[in-house]
Design a protein around this ligand. Structure first.
Ligand SMILES: [Zn+2]
Length: 282
């Protein structure tokens, strides 16, 4: 597991000099960005203080080895490709009315939308070598090529829902992966905020390390968290897949998503399937 920080800041001569003292070379003007692996960089503790002091933007992500991925019982499905915006009328968030029941939705925190109609896309996705996508704004749904659903998801009883264009015609190369079940995750220690308008809770996105552990074993091979994550007016559930689905995604080399292992409740528990892979990522 590697913890990667993407640091960005508006540079100056002072910033350039301070970073040079920490062994990092940047320009002396304009926006500068650099990546740091916190376990490999010996200057990380000093740099961490510097980030606080200078209020630099620090976006944390975690990279897992193939071995770690294939040894995990459950994993978060993490989007790597966002294809356009949900339709219609993306200038005015028309997809909310078109695809959701909004009776329980709070416009302040974003919690409570319930899908009640197919998603609409402008056109067939430009898939290239990828097999799964997410739409911008809709961070709790995944869409796949029919062949990917057939090989990876269908064997585990996962449904596939049509996607239509703005005229209501069904698209041929994409469908929605249906995630019906919701499960609780362990939320102890997760920073949260309570909405002032509706009183509901959501958790700040967890970018570092493994995703939080499950409370109970899920009943199906793909589930959503019942907890919402996000900040401001955005709130989304997270999609989790079992080892069997993750294994199929890796074997089929499906592009457009990555996998992030969940923490285990009992560390001594052994994975349900063993796999003798190597450490190299493909
Ligand atoms: Zn609210």
């Amino acid at each position: 597991m590697r913890i990667i920080h993407r640091i960005s800041i508006s540079s100056s001569r002072d910033i350039q000099r301070e970073l040079a003292e920490l062994g990092i070379a940047v320009r002396d003007s304009g926006l500068v960005s650099f990546n740091i692996d916190e376990n490999l960089a010996k200057e990380w503790p000093d740099l961490e203080d510097w980030i606080q002091h200078r209020r630099a933007v620090d976006v944390v992500s975690t990279k897992f080895s193939r071995k770690e991925i294939l040894a995990a019982d459950w994993l978060e499905l993490v989007p790597e490709w966002h294809f356009g915006y949900p339709q219609p009328d993306d200038g005015a968030f028309g997809y909310r009315q078109a695809s959701y029941d909004l009776s329980d939705w709070c416009g302040s925190c974003g919690i409570g939308m319930m899908q009640n109609a197919p998603f609409q896309m402008k056109r067939e996705p430009k898939w290239g070598k990828r097999g799964i996508l997410q739409l911008n704004w809709v961070f709790d749904e995944f869409f796949a090529k029919p062949a990917v659903w057939e090989r990876v998801f269908r064997p585990y009883g996962v449904g596939f829902r049509p996607v239509v264009n703005t005229k209501g015609r069904e698209l041929k190369t994409v469908g929605q992966i249906v995630v019906g079940e919701e499960v609780d995750i362990v939320t102890v220690g997760l920073p949260a905020e309570i909405c002032r308008r509706c009183g509901r809770r959501k958790y700040l996105p967890v970018g570092r390390g493994r995703f939080p552990a499950l409370v109970n074993k899920p009943p199906t091979a793909i589930v959503k968290t019942s907890q919402y994550f996000g900040s401001g007016a955005a709130a989304h559930k997270r999609v989790l897949v079992s080892q069997s689905v993750a294994h199929a995604l890796v074997v089929e080399k499906v592009g457009g998503v990555s996998l992030r292992p969940l923490s285990c409740l009992s560390p001594e528990k052994t994975p349900s399937t063993s796999f003798s892979g190597d450490e190299t990522d493909e």
